[in-house]
Each structure stands twice: as C-alpha cells, then as structure tokens.
Design a protein around this ligand. Sequence first.
Ligand code: PEP
Length: 252
Amino acid sequence: MTARRTLIAGNWKMNGLSADGVALASGLADKMKAAGAVDFDMLVCPPAGLISKVVDAVAGSGMHVGGQDCHMNEKGAHTGDTSAALLKDLGCSYAIVGHSERRTDHAETDAIVAAKAAAAQAQGLIAVICIGETEAQRDAGQTLDVNGSQIAGSVPEGSTAANTVIAYEPVWAIGTGRTPTSAEVQEVHAFIRGELAKKIGADEAAKTRILYGGSMNPKNAAELLALADVDGGLIGGASLKVDDFWTVAQSA
Ligand code: PEP
C-alpha cells in the first residue's frame, strides 16, 4: 500500500473575529509544539481577513494555513475576490476549492472549480478539491455517478498527488450531525480513487490524499480515519474548538 500522510484540515467558514481566530490558532499551535513530531499534517483555513494573523500565530508549529476559496484569475477586476497569488503571499500552502457552500451560494460549476484548482496549483498551493452528492442524489442512487462526474470535471489537467487533495463531503452530512456508514464512506472513497486514476494515472491516484468531510467529530473520527481509503478529514464545526479539533487530529 502507498503511504499517504494523513491531513487533518479545519474549515472555519465565516466564523470568528481577530481575537477568536488568534486564540484558536495559538491554542492549536501550542498543542502541536508540545506534541513534537506528529504523523499527520494539520491545516487550518480561516476567513480570508484572518489569514495573516493566523499565519503569525502558528509560526514555528509546523501547522499549515489555507484559503477557503480563490479566484480562477491571477489578478484584476474581481471585486471582493481573493487571488491564489495573494494566498501564497500571505503564507498559505493550501486552498480549498469547490466547497458545496460555494457551489450552492455562488453557482460554482465543475468547470469553475477546475479553473480555481488550476490557479491555486499554478501558485504552488495544494488545491483541496471538494466533491459530494446531495441527499436527493443519494436517495436516487446517484452517489457514485455524481462523485465520478465531479472528479472528471473538477480536477484540472496537471493535477498530481503533490498539488491536489480531494475532499469527499456528502452535502447532506455537512453540519447536520449525520454521516454515511463507514462501509459507505469506504466504498465512495475507493470509487473516487479509481475515477481519479482515470484522470491522473494510477500511480498518482494511489498517492493522492482523499479526505472525508461531513460531521466528523471527536466521537466518530477514529473510525472514519481508520478506513483504508480515508487519508484525513475536512472538518467544519469541530475545528472551531481547540480540544475538539486536537482530539480529531489525535485519532489519526
Ligand atoms: C465542511 O463544511 O467542510 C464540514 C465538513 O463541516 P462540518 O464538519 O461542520 O460538517
């Protein structure tokens, strides 16, 4: 089996002001420093306006900081957007793209997500490309089809295990406290790896980290993270408290 380093990623979404963000980041950085060598990567993705403060707060801890989105263009007349170049400049090493909340709230299509992922990769960032079916799609038996077509459409040319992470996030599991069964998660992850192999080749697909996201928490993390094709988690609610997020990370 190809060794893949576990990635524990926190998506803070639109939560926190300066003091909260710095306290959360510093609390996690202290845990990381006290732990010494750990066998997982830890990433936090704060709101864009907090990135600089969080980068400063985690300095020297080994933690990574990422954006929650980036624009597909390098720069220009795109009011309110953030470029991948600016994320990189501020100290980010990752950018989430295609989160279901962006796909829904901002009508982001697979083609837009692929362009954003390519923009992130072009700046040397690792693109965390989110995919996942809605509840209606799952009920209609379309889970594999939907995730397969999102892999085909959202993963840009030039993607490799080094510049890409996939996050499988069933939309109906995000923020709801509901998760698929472990068998269902493993089935979808193994399927995603197979679809990824068609896109980037079997060798790269075998090395690419596929995260599970959707109500991962301190209680269910160990079981989910132990699954063969689950290489980490993308965590929303449970990433907003130092102890919860640290417990999830330690379950890796
Ligand atoms: C997310 O939004 O990426 C997420 C997984 O949220 P939660 O953990 O709160 O379900």
